[in-house]
Write a protein that binds this ligand. Structure first.
Ligand code: HAM
Length: 421
């Protein structure tokens, strides 16, 4: 029988990597709280309708990428492909409109999309998501961009580019759609099949096609900004001014349309120059009609999500620091027989005194235990053989300097505490 492997597009985050994730979460958590965002834990699956109505029926995410299944009672459920729809659902369901507005919330966890796996693109991936719900103030959009940049700055990321656009609203979008279709109609046969299929249903996405010949054909296509209504235009002006005011460097990209249908007004991405094809470390924007599309009252909102795998990949590529790898402080080395029991006692004494410590459980030779101690990253090896037990002492070896010292067993934890702290 062949052994079972993980499904395509998912990966195990092993200990050599998971501590780096912890660092990313710690830095992000602190930045979130510095900006007044509070954490929410959201369910991993939701009613399918939340995403089909919230994210949009004609998006790739809803049409092709969702992990949808029926539960035993025949309800259609979907593993969340993103968090904004869930966050707005939670805001409405828990009547967060009664609290101070906007409700500034963040959440992290795995998302699921049936995409073609490649470097930086997985079928299960982690997002850290930030949403400010309940305000239409353009300065909240500015804060959203600034928070993403602040997180990347604190993580030490460089070579990033911020691209910003305004995708308009239900007032100006039909005007743009018509202008775009008029422009594309004579070129339709030369566009790729995907773009042709998008022409009637979602022509905006044609601007986002990565196919070089489609890009060339749409080079002079009318961008969203040229058709903005007065309200969207004014909103965009304040966002741009706000970003300049706080010193954020950004590029306006009139082709940036994002892959989710709920966006209105501001849309933005932060791109890494070190990631290759899947270069977005974060994406976000405003979604003033999302709450209504899932059955709630009109509730403006803006936010972004950043992909943890892509952050870690970029940090590794750029040689960023992840802080110190968490290692135990003491590795206990023992022999068989009565000294083994004394070694186990010493192990628990140390742990109870707040010293991180470990021991070998595989009955290995002294030599092999020393090797394991070296590989564990511990600062000290604590040797408890028959001789040490007989004399009421332990031998401590500083694994960094090789220096060895005998310490009275009764003084072991006090000695270690002064040496380790
Ligand atoms: P998104 O652009 O689809 O936006 O995803 C946000 C980020 O998640 C991307 O920039 C990328 O870093 C990461 N990401 C997306 N798909 C994958 C994948 N297959 N593998 C690895 N990483 C991935 C959203 O999801 C919106 N909900 C963001 C938002 C929040 N907009 C407003 N509020």
């Amino acid at each position: 029988m062949s052994s079972i492997k993980a499904p395509r597009g998912v990966r195990d985050i092993l200990p050599d990597e998971s501590w780096k994730w912890e660092y990313v979460f710690a830095v992000t958590r602190k930045a979130a709280s510095d900006f007044g965002y509070r954490e929410v834990h959201l369910p991993v699956f939701e009613h399918t309708e939340l995403f089909s109505r919230g994210v949009g029926e004609t998006t790739d995410v809803v049409e092709k990428e969702m992990y949808t299944f029926e539960d035993r009672a025949g309800r259609s459920l979907t593993l969340r492909p993103e968090l904004s729809a869930s966050m707005v659902r939670s805001y409405l369901e828990n009547r967060m409109d009664r609290q101070h507005q906007p409700a500034k919330l963040w959440s992290a966890g795995p998302m699921f999309r049936y995409e073609r796996p490649q470097k930086g693109r997985y079928r299960q991936f982690w997002q850290i998501d930030f949403e400010a719900i309940g305000s239409q103030d353009p300065f909240v959009d500015v804060e959203s961009v600034e928070l993403s940049l602040e997180i990347f700055k604190r993580l030490g990321l460089s070579n990033l580019e911020v691209v910003v656009n305004s995708v308009g609203c239900p007032v100006c979008r039909p005007v743009h759609k018509k202008a775009l279709q008029d422009f594309l109609r004579p070129r339709l046969n030369d566009l790729c099949e995907t773009c042709q299929a998008r022409f009637d249903r979602n022509p905006l996405r044609i601007l986002d096609c990565k196919n070089p010949s489609c890009r060339a054909l749409t080079d002079d296509a009318p961008g969203t900004i040229s058709c903005l209504c007065e309200e969207c235009s004014e909103h965009f002006e304040v966002v741009k001014k706000g970003l300049e005011m706080i010193g954020a460097s950004f590029r306006i990209d009139n082709r940036l349309v994002r892959g989710l249908d709920y966006y209105t007004k501001t849309a933005y991405e932060v791109l890494s120059g070190d990631l290759g094809a899947q270069n977005a470390v974060c994406g976000g924007g405003r979604y003033d009609n999302l709450a209504e599309s899932i059955g709630g009252p009109h509730t403006p909102g803006v936010g972004f999500a950043t992909g943890v795998e892509r952050i870690v990949l970029t940090m590794e590529q750029q040689g960023c620091s992840f802080g110190e790898a968490p290692n135990i402080e003491v590795f206990v080395i023992s022999a068989d027989g009565p000294s083994r029991e004394e070694a186990v006692r010493a192990l628990y004494d140390m742990r109870r005194a707040g010293i991180s410590a470990d021991i070998d459980y595989t009955g290995r030779s002294f030599k092999a235990q020393f090797k394991a101690a070296g590989g564990s990253g511990a600062v000290f090896a604590c040797i408890l053989g028959p001789e040490e037990v007989a004399s009421g002492q332990v031998t401590l070896k500083d694994l960094r300097t090789g220096e060895q010292k005998s310490v009275r067993r009764a003084e072991l934890t006090d000695f270690l505490k002064t040496r380790l702290r």
